[in-house]
Write a protein that binds this ligand. Sequence first.
Ligand code: APR
Length: 317
Amino acid sequence: MARNKIALVGAGNIGGTLALLAGLKELGDVVLFDIVEGIPQGKSLDIAEASPVEGFDANMLGANDYSALKGSDVVIVTAGIPRKPGMSRDDLIETNTKVMQAVADGIKANCPDAFVICITNPLDVMVGILQKLSGLPANKVVGMAGVLDSARFRYFLAEEFKVSVEDVTAFVLGGHGDTMVPLTRYSTVAGIPVPDLVKMGWTTQEKVDQIVQRTRDGGAEIVGLLKTGSAFYAPASSAIQMADSYLKDKKRVLPCAAQCSGEYGLDGLYVGVPCVIGANGVERIVEIEMNADEKAMFDHSVNAVKSLNEVAAKLGI
Ligand code: APR
């Protein structure tokens, strides 16, 4: 049986990390694509040269022509520009919208059956544009944000509770941005919800609130430290987990930016919701009950995504 083929559109910081992780996890052969000549070829060769040491078999190809995407099973899109200090994800909208047009054409022409994971920001808007312009079915085009946001939340909670990150689950809904909705009552340590852990004296509500805010600002915290770009290790790990669930039909329940059709009262809007990811892409959107406070935060987040979509619409997309 032939190996799976994973195309990475954008060979920058996230693209290169994705290629390495796809190799280390033996997810399949990798095509690294970029408009800049030499970068995808150089990174691919460098990673291929690590394969004898790490003990993985995968073809690593660098390319500047979309025809290299032909027959890809998964496409992960990071093409575009990242944030610099002082910029919000939304400031990227005009440049990255134009990039999505070219990427959508490349996917449509070469691998219309692929499962497409978008990482380019502002995420909820870019993934919607990518789906619309590529014409791929909505269940095959998703955005990576929630896995990353909940990973940050899990890490901060694990640090606070001094327990393994593996035993912390976290739940994040809504758009990928300052309005994201971390849901503490659905976040647990070994099944014990965070509000119960507050009652048990493991932490205080004030500390939980600080962690929620740090999660919302998680991307900006990294941008502020790096100064020349945005986070790339954790975003790459998060997208690889989604690709893995699709390729192995694991049916993981993962928070993704998915197109809602009726769920959460939304019609045709991409926003972060829990999804079952399997061989058919987004196989199910899980609709949870929200209390009044959570619903208000979710609505606020949805409105932020909607107004950004309007900004993109004015660009003629
Ligand atoms: N087609 C293909 N690649 C492109 C295009 C295009 N039209 N335009 C830019 N690129 C490439 C750049 O040449 C660069 O190699 O996209 C790559 C982006 O890499 P980085 O600048 O290192 O950015 P990265 O940190 O990987 O983030 C990419 O993901 O998280 C988001 O906000 C982030 O939108 C940004 C994206």
